[in-house]
Design a protein around this ligand. Structure first.
Ligand code: LER
Ligand code: MN
Length: 287
């Protein structure tokens, strides 16, 4: 089976909450198989709203996947047990909503607070996070969700910056419902070799994000896509590949992702749609 190709909804919008039905229709029309969005948005949605979005995705033949950058208030690696317990409840609630949508993949910085904590005791935080994740992995399994542990660059987290750190974490959790998610933007900052990082993740890789060195669309920067996609083929990766460029300043997304200059000249919706179509055709040359 071919890899499914996806796009993250904040390609178009600079708020985390968006009109999902609009972008389900748009992503499907362009030809994507998957639309990913920030999972926290689900918490405010009624069961009726969830059912409507799920139906819209089914009708469009599109799969929805979920990602999040965990608010430090719910940090499951925190030295404070009350914060950890609150984080486990919060992530359990999010997974229950994803379960209602029959969602299969939750990824992102969902194993610690997103960002660099004031208390950077990495060893202690790792141990706390692994224990919390063992609990969360049971819920994930019951709901049929795979939890993708995303290695992110040093400015967005201290626990897992590389594929090797992600592998060690996932092996310590030891659940078939928890795997690794790699993102080329982060790998470009942290890894000595992106190909080797992909091979390190190997059979534990459950998700893949693509973005250029400066978070533009694949093919617009200086990453070596022959190496990247070649390594994915080498390890026999059959999972989703979701494009996650962030092109525009402004709003909560521009601030959270640190976009301080526009990375595309024409910001009209039509120009963005064209760029999304270009990005899909670029990926399809490989898959
Ligand atoms: C954030 O930088 C990122 O890559 C996302 O996938 C995680 O929220
Ligand atoms: Mn990512």
């Amino acid at each position: 089976m071919a890899n499914k190709l996806g796009i993250f909804v904040n390609f178009w919008e600079n708020t985390w909450k968006v009109d999902l039905k609009k972008y389900i229709a748009k992503a499907a029309k362009i030809g994507y198989d998957v639309l990913e969005f920030q999972a926290q948005a689900l918490l405010d949605m009624s069961d009726t709203a969830l059912a409507e979005i799920k139906a819209a995705a089914t009708d469009a033949g599109l799969e929805l996947t979920y990602s999040l950058g965990l608010d430090p208030a719910y940090d499951i690696s925190s030295p404070d047990i009350a914060v950890r317990e609150g984080g486990i409840r919060y992530l359990t609630d999010i997974m229950k909503q994803i379960g209602k949508m029959e969602g299969r993949l939750l990824s992102g910085v969902s194993y610690a607070g997103w960002g660099v904590p004031a208390d950077g005791d990495k060893a202690k935080r790792l141990a706390h996070s692994i224990n919390s994740m063992k609990i969360l992995s049971k819920t994930a399994g019951e709901l049929g969700i795979t939890y993708g542990i995303e290695a992110v660059n040093r400015f967005e987290g201290i626990l897992i910056n590389t594929a090797a750190e992600a592998r060690a974490y996932v092996e310590a959790v030891g659940s078939p419902h928890v795997g690794i998610l790699l993102d080329t933007y982060h790998m470009n900052i942290e890894e000595g070799s992106i190909g080797d990082a992909i091979r390190t993740a190997g059979d534990l890789l459950v998700g893949f994000h693509v973005g250029e060195n400066n978070r533009t669309c694949p093919g617009r920067g200086h990453l070596d896509w022959d190496e990247i996609f070649g390594a994915l083929k080498e390890i026999g990766y059959r999972g989703r590949i979701v494009a996650e460029p962030f092109l525009m300043t402004g709003g909560e997304v521009g601030k959270d992702i640190y976009v301080w200059r526009d990375l595309i000249d024409n910001k009209s919706e039509a120009a963005l749609d064209n760029e999304a179509a270009y990005m899909l055709s670029f990926m399809k040359k490989y898959f």
